[in-house]
Design a protein around this ligand. Sequence first.
Ligand SMILES: Cc1ncc(C[n+]2csc(CCOP(=O)(O)OP(=O)(O)O)c2C)c(N)n1
Ligand SMILES: [Mg+2]
Length: 569
Amino acid sequence: MGISEKVSVAEGYLSALQAAGIRYVFANSGSDFPPIIEGLARMRRRGEPAPQFITVPHENVALCMAQGYAKVSGEAACVMVHVNVGTANTVCAMMNAARDNVPILLAAGRTPLTESGHAGSRDRVIHWMQENFDQAAIVRESVKWEYELRRGQPVKAIVHRAINIAMSEPRGPVYLTLPRETLIDDMDEASSRSDIVSSRPVAAVAALHALEQAADLIAGAQMPLIIAGHACRTSRSFAALGTLADRAGIAVTSGAHANIASDHPMNLGPVTEQLLKAADLIVVLEAPVPWLPRYMQPNGSAKVIHIAHDPFYRTYPLRNFPIDMAIAGDPGGAIELLAEMLAVRLRGKAAVVDARRKLVADRHRTIVETRKATIDSLRHMTPISPVVVADALNQVRDKDAIVVDEMGSGYHYLDMHRHDGFIAGNSGGLGMAHGQAIGAKLAAGSRQVISTIGDGSYMFGVPLAAHYVERAEKLPTLTMVFNNAQWNAVAKSVTAVYEDSEAARQNEMPLVALAPSPDYELVTQSCGGYGARVEDPGTLVAAIEKALQANADGRQATLNIITGERISR
Ligand SMILES: Cc1ncc(C[n+]2csc(CCOP(=O)(O)OP(=O)(O)O)c2C)c(N)n1
Ligand SMILES: [Mg+2]
């Protein structure tokens, strides 16, 4: 019952990943991995190409790295973990990947299915302990597709199918389980049978007649408003939204995603009650939560058009926003077409459009001036204001730098120049930004990658595992810990719900303090990195410059910045 020298299914699986364009697998191994490890070694000896497996000492970080990699490369990313327990450690990151529509193939071993009789049969006590009746149930709500590779199945076709489903819109994670016996078996005629290799899916563009109707409504509106969520995922759609807004003189508001340049005169920052109420036509572009109904509502007579891959967001249990037109299709494509359609429809309306464009541009200028005044008023304050950190980053970082934010500097005070210059670190589950920054660095090569992370969020992100990877894989990033020694967001949620909060009146609110605060800069130093503590706002710019220089020299860096209250708009 020795293991044959022929090609194993594990090797077939690795070749299939390679053929499907997967360059890296973020992996955390266990006793389900011998066929993978052996397969990688044999393929190396034979000189056959295989994806590079990157050892990541916690699955949460592995999944986050995959997200950062996918967001910057625009490609699907692959993770492999150890059976049910490794899968369990990915759950929070998988929830975020699903909500964020990130294409990820998560593969996991299965504990050996047989108790004896096969080279892969159980040989440890844990092989009984680590079995679930339904392993995929752990992540089922977060995946679009899940499957188990079985004996005699066409490996290459199944891997392509998994990745293409992840990449089809709305994008999202898929899950594939790989039993140990199956991986050890030889590829036979059946498992190598299918050479069907389908091409990547092309996103559907909305029906032209629907877009024509939307263009008519926009052209006829007095005060149209675009609310952009995750609308622009490419440089092309980022540029197109700028063109559309400029051409039609439409105000654009944006959530925590780079949809339009921050110095674009039609960019009015986050949506406000005033803007929402003033609009007679609202175009919601791929925004699952365009505004918070508890605090603001559009004018009752306003028409609302939603354009999204799935404008009803079927994976959200509850979501009710007014919808006059629900247009399914690629928002990037829709933006380009609408810009063309409006060019025709706005002929002869130059005076109206010019007046509106001027009005919006004036508001934009006021917003910029107000922000600048806010920064100036806080510039010398200690603890350091997060907006002052954002301002320092604007002065120091390269134009093509990537900022990954999670409860740090926030979005609206950072200058945005390109669609992939800003990554919102999480979609509900904390602990995502550090890993995503490292994955982004892998995809971005020489571009600077900076994460701005709340101290609480930093600790959720398994920092030691993340710093380990930065050093081991030579992926130096700058981690900026916004250290306010608390979970400030939780404190704020108490006062938001209880106007006259007893907890707020007491000296110390229960369950929000993170004191005594660790010396975060020392964690990096333990992994060979550069670390410094910053308390004086006057030293901030020089501190960031020094840390970025360390990155340029190949060393990761962490700044432990003693910060105060966050300002979100
Ligand atoms: C995995 C996970 N656990 C808990 C929470 C709840 N939560 C939301 S914000 C927050 C505090 C974040 O703290 P920090 O990163 O320090 O930012 P700050 O609120 O201090 O600005 C917590 C605990 C969450 N969103 N995700
Ligand atoms: Mg905090």
